[in-house]
Design a binder for this molecule. Structure first.
Ligand code: ACO
Length: 377
């Protein structure tokens, strides 16, 4: 039986702390006028010390599961698109899986720069339409403030932190994810990279002193690539779904730069009302930008049932991805019954207790069973 992958839940999380362009002008030689006229950004959110890619992912995921009214124990798959994972390993997706109590779910991170979320959405939809899985959680989350050089005005003004998530569910009703286009051109890898911390340049005193653990970018060349690829990827995704730009209700592009978005809109001959923009308030949140924008588009009722959306991203790699969606959920969504919200909350609490209890048990067993003779002295 043919299965379709539908977005049935969505959620977002942004840190409370706001960093405005004026704040930045106290830190580096820049101004609100320069940043706004070149990028469209007015402010961005910055994670507190307690907030990380995993904590923000979990918060966005819990909201998406609440909207979908789905029990995390029924999830088959969790993918986190991110370039700022909690650790090199284990994956952030595994931390999310544990925190949600999604015991049945396979979990992995996907690194495709700012295209990460759209890439992950494309892959997850294939996993569902193939019949292999029924329920997937797809997250885009970043703590870019931790890899930005706050003394480099060319990059630090651009980025922000946040997370967005969607729940994908397989069912037999036509609609949902209609098509996806994923692409890469590794020859442009050096245009946007984090040189340090991997096997090529492990962390040393020198690598840290030389700023190799900060994001490095050739802004002008990325700009030229982005302006072309947004139009091409959107057209290809629409064509694959048997549609054209005229059929588009709303374009939800990666929120990197207003000028790149405007140029894509011109290339596709779209009106302003057909393009969703929220980068003025969040800046470029990389993998989080498209799901954050999708959530806000839905919240502000820019999306209606049966609308045709294209989510499109580009980023480090270089990579690009576009997904066509026929929105199938009537809005607004009714709140789930309180008892089911309470059951989910209890599951999250239990997951945290279980983790601590298991760690304690291992600690105790090690001491009781494997105590080495020298430790007895
Ligand atoms: N404040 C004031 N002046 C600045 C600042 C700043 N924050 N940053 C740069 N300048 C100066 C430069 O030093 C330069 O001065 P100069 O001419 O005296 O050397 C001048 O402004 C112009 O600099 P450009 O780099 O040419 O500025 P441009 O118009 O290209 O805008 C920008 C730069 C905003 C970075 C643009 O190139 C861009 O948006 N590129 C795309 C970046 C992007 O999308 N990256 C994300 C990819 S997604 C991912 O995977 C993470």
């Amino acid at each position: 039986m043919t299965q379709y992958a539908h977005i049935v839940g969505w959620g977002k999380y942004v840190p409370e702390r706001v960093l405005t362009n004026d704040d930045l002008s106290q830190m580096v030689n820049t101004s609100d006028e320069w940043i706004h006229s070149r990028t469209g950004i007015r402010e961005r959110r910055i994670a507190s010390e307690q907030e990380t890619t995993a904590t923000m992912s979990v918060a966005a995921a819990q909201e998406a599961l609440r909207v979908a009214d789905v029990d995390p124990a029924n999830l088959d798959l969790i993918i986190v698109g991110t370039i700022t994972p909690e650790y090199l390993f284990p994956s952030t997706a595994c931390l999310v899986q544990d925190a949600l109590g999604a015991r049945r779910a396979a979990a992995f991170d996907l690194s495709a720069g700012c295209s990460g979320f759209v890439y992950a959405l494309g892959m997850a939809s294939h996993a569902l339409t193939s019949g292999a899985y029924q329920l997937a959680l797809v997250i885009g989350a970043e703590t870019l403030s931790r890899i930005v050089d706050w003394t480099d005005r060319r990059t630090c003004v651009l980025f922000g932190d946040g997370a967005g998530a969607v729940v994908l569910q397989a069912n037999k009703h036509p609609g949902g994810i209609l098509s996806s286009v994923l692409g890469a051109d590794g020859s442009g890898g050096e245009l946007l990279m984090l040189p340090g911390g991997g096997s090529r340049l492990p962390p040393t005193l020198d690598s840290v002193t030389n700023g190799m653990h900060y994001l490095h970018m050739d802004g002008r060349r990325v700009y030229r690539f982005a302006s072309k690829i947004m139009v091409r990827a959107t057209r290809q995704a629409l064509e694959k779904a048997g549609l054209s730009p005229q059929d588009l209700s709303l374009l939800i592009p990666h929120q990197a730069n207003q000028r790149i978005i405007d140029s894509a809109a011109r290339g596709l001959k779209l009106e302003d009302s057909q393009v969703f923009v929220n980068l003025d308030r969040y800046g470029n949140t990389s993998s989080a930008s498209v799901p954050l924008a999708l959530c806000e588009a839905v919240e502000s009722r820019r999306v209606e049932r049966d609308d045709t959306l294209v989510l499109v991203g580009f980023g480090a790699g270089l990579t690009w991805a576009a997904v066509t969606v026929r929105w199938s959920v009537p809005l607004p969504v009714a709140a789930p019954p309180r008892w089911r919200v309470a059951v989910r909350w209890a599951r999250y609490r239990w997951s945290a207790v279980r983790r601590r209890a298991l760690n304690f048990l291992w600690w105790l067993l090690e001491r009781l069973l494997f105590l080495r003779p020298e430790d007895k002295d």
